[in-house]
Every structure is written in structure tokens, then in C-alpha cells.
Design a protein around this ligand. Structure first.
Ligand SMILES: [Zn+2]
Length: 341
């Protein structure tokens, strides 16, 4: 059992979580070439490209976020039997199969803090894997045609509930305007909210955006459930939009000005002492909001109060090392205030 000969790429990846002994190449019904070059790393080169698009879909960067892995598994199944056609260059990445086999977010270190070469500061499975994934993306984009559009959607689900079930993080752009077609695509995917990062980060999507000039987003698509317990019908819109993109190279469009609530990150809450505490209920939802002046966190080293009315919190987690990010604070912005190309 070394080559990928069946149709369940997720099963194959979980059975070979740290590496494969042999590269697999298979021809799809339309003559396109599918290659599995490493554990969880699969590319398809289309025989009949519909458009010059290099598309990366990653999932399972956090090992317990199973629904996106199941969506991707089903897409690959359908590519193999020809029911899903391929019109773009495609790279699929199943991010952290070691953690997935443990039903854990990560084995030792949160991998979505290890990109843009920050993996060099660690010596663990996730650091090694982040380097391997970044290399796979580099190889994929550099093998694409000159001038091809580059996209990377990094698919996640969250442990915490959310006021907006599906939301996207736009990595920091260093002043580059955002792309209206991408925002329309997010709306068509059923994304309800978009937050704009205010500085560089070590996430996977920032790495693809900054290193490779890709349109890249972190997509949070709903709640975490174990393998086999996801209601994949809750992902129908994004599933359909991604399949249209794969087969036709076309970005389905929604009305983002009406369908996306947009936020700027206005403050990053850092854990500043061992006794740091967030002043929120443990089951508070992402995007829960505060009154101006309301205390959000405190420790022996200081406190943070909401700077403006309706400031919202996302990704709260006090269980991080000192100096680590305990939450992001957000301020809503009007669509007209967004810098669009
Ligand atoms: Zn995640």
C-alpha cells in the first residue's frame, strides 16, 4: 500500500501521515494528470485549461477541522471518476494529517503560526510540515504559466460558535487594494463577514499573499465536529462555488456590499502575564461585541477596555504562551471605506 490507487485521498493521507514511499501519477478521464508527490500533497494539471488560474485549496492545517477535509476528499473522488471536470491548475493540501489522526488541532505547535519561515524557530513535526507545505506552494506557483492568476483558499472550521457562521480573514496587503471579484466570490461562497488584518502574520494565507502575490484568504466555515459527523449540506454554497471554479475557472459572484459585514482589526490582545484573563464567558461567540469602555481582559500587568462602541472580539483564547495572541478586537467598517481595485 504505497501508491494512491483508490479514490479516497483523505483516507490515503491519514494512512500515510508523515510521508509516502512512492510518487503516484494518474490520468483522469479527460486526460488531465493527477500527481501525489508527498503526504497530503496532490496536484492536477488540466488537459484542457479553461483559464489561466493556479488554484491552491488547503484544509486540515488544524488537524481536528474535519469538514473541509471531507469536502476536498469528495472533490478529488469526483475528479477521479470524471464527474467533476478540471479546468484550472490545482494544488490540494491536507495540512496536518498527524494531528488529524490524533483528533487534535496540532501535535506540538499551532501550525498556522509557523509560515513565512517562522517554522525555522521550532523543531517539531508542525515546523517540518509547514516548511514542506510552503515548498509545495512555491513549486506549484513557479511551475505555472507567466501571468497566471494565483489564488489560495485555506479552509478551516472553529471550535467556538460565531455570530457570523462563515467568515474570512483577508491577510494584510501592505496597502495593495483588495480585489472586488474576490469579495464577490466570498459572498457567493456564503461567507457572512470579512476581517482585514492590520499587519503581517505567520498564517498560511498571509504567506501565499505576500510571498507569491496570490489572492489568499483564511476561510472559517462553521463548527468543528469529528470525522463523519459533519453536515456537509451546511457547506453547499462554498462547495458549489469551488467546484465551478475548479471546472470552469469562473469566480461565482455574490453582492458583497450587501452580504459581507466588514471589520478592521483595531487591536491585538496579547497575553501579558501568567494571570491574564479574558472577561468573557467561556462559550462567548466570535464577533460578540462590547460597549465602549467595557473591560475585555485584565492581568497583573494591565487591562484592555473596548475603545469604541460595538467593538467585537474574535479568536479569543487565553490558553496561549505569554506574548501570544489571546484575541483580535474588531471595528466594523462600511463597504465604501474599503480600498478596492
Ligand atoms: Zn483552523
Amino acid at each position: 500500500m504505497s501508491r494512491f490507487t483508490e479514490s479516497d485521498f483523505l483516507r490515503y493521507t491519514l494512512d500515510n501521515p508523515t510521508g509516502i514511499s512512492e510518487i503516484t501519477q494518474r490520468t483522469l478521464p479527460d486526460g488531465s494528470l493527477l500527481t501525489v508527490s508527498a503526504s497530503g500533497v496532490l496536484t492536477v494539471e488540466p488537459a484542457q485549461p479553461a483559464t489561466a488560474l493556479d488554484l491552491v485549496l488547503s484544509c486540515g492545517v488544524h488537524g481536528n477541522e474535519t469538514a473541509p477535509m471531507e469536502l476536498i476528499r469528495d472533490m478529488i473522488h469526483d475528479l477521479l471518476d470524471g464527474t467533476l471536470r478540471i479546468g484550472v491548475r490545482l494544488l490540494i493540501l491536507i495540512g496536518n494529517p498527524v494531528a488529524a489522526n490524533l483528533s487534535q488541532r496540532f501535535e506540538q505547535v499551532n501550525m498556522n503560526r509557523l509560515f513565512s519561515a517562522s517554522h525555522t524557530q521550532f523543531d517539531c513535526w508542525e515546523a517540518q510540515r509547514a516548511a514542506e507545505l510552503e515548498q509545495a506552494i512555491s513549486d506549484f506557483f513557479s511551475a505555472g504559466a507567466e501571468g497566471s492568476e494565483r489564488c489560495h483558499y485555506d479552509l478551516h472550521t472553529a471550535i467556538r460558535g460565531s455570530e457570523y457562521e462563515k467568515f474570512a480573514v483577508h491577510p494584510f496587503t501592505h496597502g495593495t487594494p483588495c480585489n472586488a471579484k474576490q469579495l464577490g466570490f466570498l459572498a457567493a461562497c456564503g461567507i457572512n463577514a470579512l476581517l482585514f488584518a492590520n499587519k503581517p502574520s505567520t498564517t498560511f494565507s498571509y504567506s501565499s499573499s505576500h510571498q507569491h502575490g496570490a489572492h489568499a484568504f483564511t476561510l472559517e466555515l462553521g463548527k468543528v465536529y469529528p470525522f463523519g459527523q459533519n453536515d456537509l449540506s451546511r457547506f453547499a454554497l462554498i462547495n458549489q462555488a469551488l467546484r465551478t471554479l475548479i471546472s470552469e475557472g469562473r469566480f461565482s459572484q455574490g453582492n458583497w456590499q450587501q452580504e459581507l459585514i466588514c471589520f478592521n482589526v483595531c487591536h491585538e490582545l496579547l497575553k501579558d502575564a501568567d494571570d491574564f484573563e479574558l472577561d468573557i464567558a467561556t462559550d462567548v461567540k466570535n464577533f460578540a461585541s462590547f460597549n465602549q469602555g467595557e473591560r475585555v481582559a485584565h492581568s497583573s500587568a494591565g487591562e484592555y477596555r473596548a475603545q469604541s462602541e460595538g467593538e467585537a472580539i474574535v479568536f479569543p483564547n487565553a490558553n496561549v504562551p505569554i506574548g501570544g495572541r489571546a484575541a483580535l478586537m474588531l471595528a466594523a467598517i462600511a463597504p465604501e471605506a474599503i480600498n478596492i481595485d
